[in-house]
Design a protein around this ligand. Structure first.
Ligand code: GLU
Length: 478
């Protein structure tokens, strides 16, 4: 049987990092098994669904490179793929359940339901729906309709049975129906609830595996009861453990950025998020942590999903992103960096210069929006030495000799590049007899303003002969 999995976001906010992981795992499984990855938008909650978020989620998935085989924009044989366009389908199945007396109309108002809950709590009960509308007296239904009440539909939960769920990760789970109240499957406006729509869609879309976060485990018995009532076979269930912050509480904004687009904006690479998020609750048998998408697809296996919660380690994500940035094709990193330079007000027209700068700066960063912090050195107008130790060093007699000798050599060359810089330094060493730190540090201080910084010969090349000369002139005692 063909594998068919789906990612089913509700457009009630930005794509959460946990949901992005769910999408990635579905996609990896589909690609691993040669099956289909389906995108379904669960937008039936009119109060919480926002059209704009659909576009953003779609863009985020595209940015990650998780191309879907069926879904919005491209269609497919089991569409439509937006729940708001499937209302008639849900209504048909609701009618079927009503006709078979597996569901019933409920006319209770929110106030009545609230009171019912309070009264039963007061009696020390769980606060379940009391089935008032399952047993309406003759004429009551007509009376309510005449009052203009729009009935919801409730599922009649079978009395005193056990619902057995076999989860691929969690094993066998048993739920007792005495703990489940008759729940609403369709609201008064003819709009299905999540539990109902998801069951109808996963069945009609022939989903073979439901891979989702384990915050949905509590919904599972209701869904299994609906599969049984509708005569559908339930897909295999794969609930992935949740993601925790460093303090072991559920990952939230408190811990750091939780929506995927924040990472895109800060300058993380999409393949890093795929690599990093895959490793939350899953691991490669090889123990390797840096994994190409090809390897992730080949190696993905439910057997290697752990049962315990995963910890989101921001330091590890930064380390991984830095690693990828340093190892990626330089032209790609340059192109991705340009918007950050522009945003910070740096000129980008000298592409060769930018390329050289990025080749140096990428050694120092974890994510691309950190680039501007490292740029002042390459665009300085005047020398600016703040460090006291550096200031003292420049005043030393040996430093001054080095700088004089360096300028003289500089005058003799047409253009400066890193090789010429190194050669000049050899000559300066011979000429002055100054060596090691005392030889290099004065130039580092003048050219970068700091005691530590980027590779010096390359920095000199980027600054160019004239700028180097200009900066040294400002520090030489004449
Ligand atoms: N729309 C649900 C959510 O975003 C989907 C849950 C599921 O995969 O069944 O949480």
């Amino acid at each position: 049987m063909e594998t068919r999995v789906r990612f089913a976001p509700s457009p009630t906010g930005h794509l959460h990092i946990g949901n992005a992981r769910t999408a990635i795992m579905n996609w990896l499984f589909a690609r691993n098994t040669g099956g289909k990855f389906i995108l379904r938008i669960e937008d039936t909650d009119p109060e919480r669904s926002v059209e704009e978020y659909i576009g953003q989620i779609v863009e985020d998935l595209k940015w990650l490179g998780l191309q879907w085989d069926e879904g919005p924009e491209i269609g497919g044989s089991f569409g439509p793929y937006r729940q708001s366009e499937r209302l008639e389908i849900y209504q048909k199945y609701v009618r079927k359940l009503i006709d078979e007396e597996k569901a019933y109309y409920c006319f209770c108002t929110p106030d009545e339901l609230e009171k019912m809950k309070k009264d039963s709590h007061a009696r020390g009960e769980a606060g379940f729906y009391n089935r008032h509308c399952l047993n309406l007296k003759p004429g009551e239904k007509e009376k309510y309709l005449a009052e203009g009440r729009k009935p919801a539909v409730r599922f009649k939960v079978p009395d005193k049975t056990s619902v057995i769920v076999n989860d691929v990760i969690k094993g066998q789970l048993t739920f007792e129906t005495e703990n489940i109240s008759d729940f609403v499957i369709m609201r008064g406006e003819g709009i299905p609830t999540y539990n109902f729509a998801v069951v109808v869609d996963d069945s009609l879309m022939k989903i073979s595996h439901i891979i989702r976060g384990d915050d949905h485990v509590s919904n599972t018995p209701r869904q299994v009861l609906l599969y049984q009532a509708l005569g559908f076979e339930a897909p295999k269930l794969v609930h992935i453990p949740m993601i925790l912050g460093a303090d072991k509480s559920r990952l939230s904004k408190r811990h750091g950025a939780t929506s995927l687009d924040q990472y895109r904006i800060k300058g993380y690479l999409p393949e890093v998020l795929i690599n990093f998020l895959s490793l939350l609750s899953w691991s490669s048998e090889s123990g390797d942590e840096i994994l190409t998408i090809k390897r992730l697809i080949e190696e993905f296996d439910f057997k290697r999903i752990s049962k315990s919660a995963a910890m989101f380690d921001f330091d590890k994500l930064n380390w991984m992103n830095g690693h990828y940035i340093r190892n990626a094709d330089l032209n790609r990193i340059v192109n991705l960096s340009i918007p950050y330079l522009q945003q910070a007000g740096y000129p980008v027209d000298d592409v060769e210069k930018i390329r050289k700068i990025i080749s140096l700066v990428r050694e120092k960063i974890d994510y691309l929006s950190q680039i501007p912090e490292h740029l002042p050195v390459f665009f300085q107008e005047k020398i600016n030495i703040v460090n006291g130790e550096a200031k003292t060093m420049i005043r030393q007699e040996s430093s001054q000799r080095v700088l004089w000798s360096f300028t003289r050599e500089l005058d003799g060359i047409a253009e400066l590049d890193q090789e010429i810089f190194k050669n000049i330094m050899k000559v300066v060493q011979k000429e002055t007899g100054v060596m090691g730190k005392n030889l290099w540090m004065p130039l580092r201080i003048i050219l970068t303003g700091q005691l530590h910084g980027p590779d010096l010969p390359m920095t000199a090349e980027i600054l160019g002969k004239e700028k180097c000369k200009e900066l040294i002139q400002q520090a030489i005692y004449k």
